[in-house]
Design a protein around this ligand. Structure first.
Ligand SMILES: Cc1cc2nc3c(=O)[nH]c(=O)nc-3n(C[C@H](O)[C@H](O)[C@H](O)COP(=O)(O)OP(=O)(O)OC[C@H]3O[C@@H](n4cnc5c(N)ncnc54)[C@H](O)[C@@H]3O)c2cc1C
Length: 507
């Protein structure tokens, strides 16, 4: 198996190591181009799930496609590393948990026969089978998982219940949030102005200090930002996507993983596209996109950092929201889209795996507020029988850079629960120039102002990303949704232009 330059690991003996980890997402050789394809039907930029869905759907429809990807692998913000010890243990570095309730994901899993092969993160029965709660101002304590779950659900339900019906009234159809047959857009826009901090202040007196702390930790790790910026609407749409009940929270959001890892699914999508003639170039960073299709006989020209130019009838750009400001567009994007890009999303989260000595912590879960790592949980056992743990933090960029300050990572883990850490494994999505942050959770009012614009095409360029999906934005499902929708649009446009060309030739 090939190795990727992405990812970090740390051990006390060897310090921090960057890259060199086995990953099924790495494609070798990294380039396949046939010299006669000078004008492609479509260039897809980015080989994350949005780009893979688009490239696969166009290639299997017999369209010529060139996929350009800055990294050495497929999967983007979702990829899997194999443990360096050769045991085959898998670390999910970004997107991880999926469910049969993700419609686009289920379709892909079924297509590649992976829908039955899901494993669970929760492993009860080991020594530390409890929840630790460490909230500023309250004595730290241990609870049962059930008690912690009840407290968190009470806090979440109180927070989210803005319409007295657990968001069924205000967000009945979470894949058409901005107004639909049952809700007027203006009502949604009113709530979209609110931040999570404002909502928390409204209901704070209905919760205990511990509940406020638990809820705050959760909101911070979801948003990867601050409560002052985080849009309340993003929690309302999440509640709707959780089928309007916090009882579904764990099952939908943090239980099921793919046994073979996310990179296995991404790789299958890529391999199918390659079987249908997909051409591709990895380690290829796009710097500018010039749409000349308004000129007679014109095409879209895509330029890379080494000044190579590739030409196509259409482009599907899946570059993440917080990276788009590094791309030069000609003609310039609309003022509104540019404003949205300049503001960007608020997610600067961290996700850090740890291997702790012994199996005990495999059953543990806990949260700490405030804390560099706000929640952590057991997630299985390594081949050596040690607990594999995963923790998440909000925007802590001012307080630590995990790859430069491993001692702070170890300390943050030990503040969640005392442990002897054998190893940490992580990807820093905030210092990564091809993500510049985690998945897109938005600031207040961003959806009302910019969602339609971000989703709309610009001339011959379509924009597909999990960062502005209709439904499961900031998820794998949202990325697949966007890739699928854009490939449908582009296919239709290409088919229409072929038909009109044929008509003209006949005349
Ligand atoms: C830490 C973390 C945890 C997550 N957990 C979950 C989870 O449990 N479940 C879930 O459903 N979702 C989760 N997500 C969200 C999910 O991973 C993303 O929403 C999804 O992967 C985004 O896919 P995408 O194709 O839209 O973008 P990306 O995956 O970011 O793909 C965009 C691609 O464009 C490439 N690119 C960028 N700039 C250029 C350039 N200039 N030239 C060429 N290529 C470029 C990038 O390298 C990348 O490969 C998580 C994300 C993170 C970061």
């Amino acid at each position: 198996m090939e190795t990727t330059a992405d990812g970090y690991s740390w051990t006390e003996a060897h310090g921090t190591k960057k890259g060199g980890f086995k990953c099924r997402g790495v494609v070798f050789p990294p380039e396949r181009r046939s010299s006669n394809s000078t004008v492609y039907d479509t260039i897809v930029i980015g080989a994350g799930y949005a780009g893979l869905a688009a490239a696969r759907d166009l290639a299997t429809s017999k369209r010529s496609v060139l996929l350009l990807e800055a990294r050495d692998r497929v999967g983007g913000r979702t990829y899997t590393l194999e443990d360096e010890d050769g045991s085959g243990f898998l670390f999910e570095m970004g997107g991880t948990w999926v469910t049969h309730h993700f419609a686009y994901v289920l379709k892909e899993m079924t297509r590649y026969n992976m829908h039955q092969d899901m494993i669970v993160s929760q492993h009860p029965g080991y020594e530390n089978d409890y929840y630790t709660l460490n909230i500023d101002g309250v004595k730290p304590r241990k609870l049962s998982h059930e008690e912690a779950g009840q407290m968190l659900r009470h806090a979440w339900d109180t927070f989210v219940n803005v319409d007295g019906d657990m968001c069924r009234k205000i967000c009945p159809l979470p894949h058409i949030q901005l107004g639909n047959s049952r809700v007027d857009r203006k009502e949604v826009e009113k709530i979209d102005k609110k931040t999570c901090k404002e909502r928390l202040d409204e209901i704070r007196n209905l919760l205990s200090t511990e509940e406020v702390g638990m809820l705050s930790s959760l909101l911070l790790i979801i948003s990867g930002g601050t409560l002052e910026k985080f849009s309340l609407w993003d929690i309302i749409r999440s509640q709707a996507l959780l089928i309007h009940s916090s009882l579904n929270f764990a099952d939908i959001w943090s239980t099921y993983k793919l046994r073979e890892g996310q990179s296995a699914l991404a790789r299958r999508m890529f391999d199918e596209a390659a079987d249908f003639g997909l051409e591709y170039m990895f380690n290829t960073q796009v710097t500018s996109i010039m749409d000349q299709t308004r000129d007679i006989g014109g095409y879209v020209k895509v330029t890379t950092s080494n000044n190579e130019v590739y030409t196509a009838r259409r482009v599907i750009c899946t570059i993440p929201l917080n990276v788009l400001k590094t791309i030069q567009f000609s003609p310039p994007l609309s003022a509104k889209r540019q404003e949205a890009i300049n503001i960007g999303h608020i997610n600067f989260m961290s996700k850090i795996h740890a291997v702790a000595d012994g199996p005990g912590l495999a059953s543990w879960h806990g949260s700490r507020f405030p804390g560099k790592l706000a929640t952590g949980q057991g997630d299985g056992l390594t081949a050596q029988g040690d607990a594999h743990l995963v923790a998440f933090g909000g925007d802590e960029r001012k307080n630590f850079t995990p790859e430069l300050e491993p001692e702070k990572v170890v300390a943050a883990w030990n503040e969640l629960h005392p442990m002897r850490i054998k190893k940490t494994v992580f990807h820093n999505w905030c210092t990564d120039p091809y993500s510049n942050g985690g998945p897109a959770w938005w600031p207040a009012e961003y959806m009302s102002k910019y969602q339609d614009e971000l989703q709309s095409p610009f001339g011959a360029i379509s924009f597909a990303s999990g960062d502005w999906a209709h439904g499961w934005r900031a998820s794998i499902d949202g990325a697949l949704e966007q890739g699928s929708l854009c490939s449908i649009r582009v296919l239709r446009e290409l088919n229409n232009s072929t038909k009109s060309h044929n008509r003209q030739t006949k005349l």
